[in-house]
Each structure stands twice: as C-alpha cells, then as structure tokens.
Design a protein around this ligand. Structure first.
Ligand code: GDP
Ligand code: MG
Length: 156
C-alpha cells in the first residue's frame, strides 16, 4: 500500500490545496475559512515514482470547539505513526505560535519543511528558520510540485 505521508500544519497554510494538487483532482475541501478539514483524508498515489498513502490532516493550533479538538487528535495520531511528515508553512504570512508548535511536534521525526504560497511576496526568509533546507512551492500555481514529489520519493 505504500509509506504513510502526512501533510500537516496550522489551519489555512494550504494543506488541502497541496493534497488536491498532488492528487490531481479536488478531493479535499479547500476553504478560506480555517478548520474545514476535520477527518484525515488519505489516498494512495505515486509520488516521484514511489507509491505512498498521502494524508490531508486537520489544521493544528488552538481548538475552537470539541469537533475541532477531535480533528486535531486524529491529525496528531496519524502524524505520530507516519513515515514522513510534510510540514507545511505559509511563506506569505509571518510565522505564528501554531507554526512553531507544529515544527516542534515534527522536530524528531522524518520530515520535509515545505513553504507554500511562493507565488505571493514572502513575509519571512526560510533560512531564518535555522532548521535546514526548505522546499518552496505553490499548491495553487503548481510551482515546485515536481521537486516536492522527487524529494518525498528520496526521503522514503
Ligand atoms: P488548509 O486549511 O491548510 O487545508 O488550507 P486550504 O488548502 O484550505 O487553503 C487555504 C487558503 O489558501 C485557500 O484560500 C487557498 O486557495 C489558499 N492557498 C492555498 N495554497 C496557495 C498557494 O500556493 N498560493 C496562494 N496564493 N494561495 C493558496
Ligand atoms: Mg484543509
């Protein structure tokens, strides 16, 4: 069935957009409103020639309600046993405490740091993170997605 790859990050960074872009169709719900993804949505697909089970997860951060809390619980438990985490950040907005919490959560796990919305003017410099290499992508324009697929395949 393939290795488990989880897209994780705070709400609104573009997790569902990335999931759909890699899948090539509109599977997950994309919304300007945070908290649209409650369940872990996953699909088997080939990335960079390697079969994997890619999952879109709920945004991590302060929970608005019980449903939100449950969604986040599912996300963190999927994250805990995935083979690779794609830690998604929004390059067009300053980093938040929720971003830093996700980074901390994934610190000791196999992960790729992915900076989305590279089609917009950057709000921060990835090198300033001090966490090693990052991949710049745009889930909506397709920028960097082939490179990302290759990086996933190499990391598995
Ligand atoms: P999620 O909450 O992390 O799943 O984020 P979504 O995929 O629902 O996207 C949140 C918002 O960001 C939507 O309005 C998307 O259209 C927008 N978005 C996602 N990726 C990009 C991108 O690469 N560039 C730009 N400009 N907007 C994006
Ligand atoms: Mg989503």
């Amino acid at each position: 069935e393939g290795a488990k790859v989880a897209i994780c990050g705070r709400p609104n960074v573009g997790k569902s957009s990335l999931f759909n872009a890699l899948l090539g169709r509109q599977r997950a719900i994309v919304s300007e409103r945070p908290g649209a993804t409650r369940d872990v949505v996953d699909e088997v697909l080939i990335l960079g020639g390697v079969a994997c089970r890619l999952a879109d997860t709920a945004g991590l951060g302060p929970a608005a309600d019980e449903l939100d809390r449950l969604g986040q619980e599912r996300a963190t438990s999927f994250l805990a046993d995935c083979d690779l985490a794609l830690v998604l950040l929004d390059g067009s907005r300053p980093l938040t405490s929720a971003d830093h919490a996700v980074l901390a959560l994934c610190q000791d796990r196999p992960r790729l740091l992915v900076v989305n919305k590279a089609d917009l003017p950057p709000a921060w410099q990835p090198s300033a993170l001090g966490l090693g290499p990052t991949l710049a992508i745009s889930a909506t324009s397709g920028l960097g997605l082939n490179e990302l697929a290759r990086a996933v395949a190499e990391a598995l």
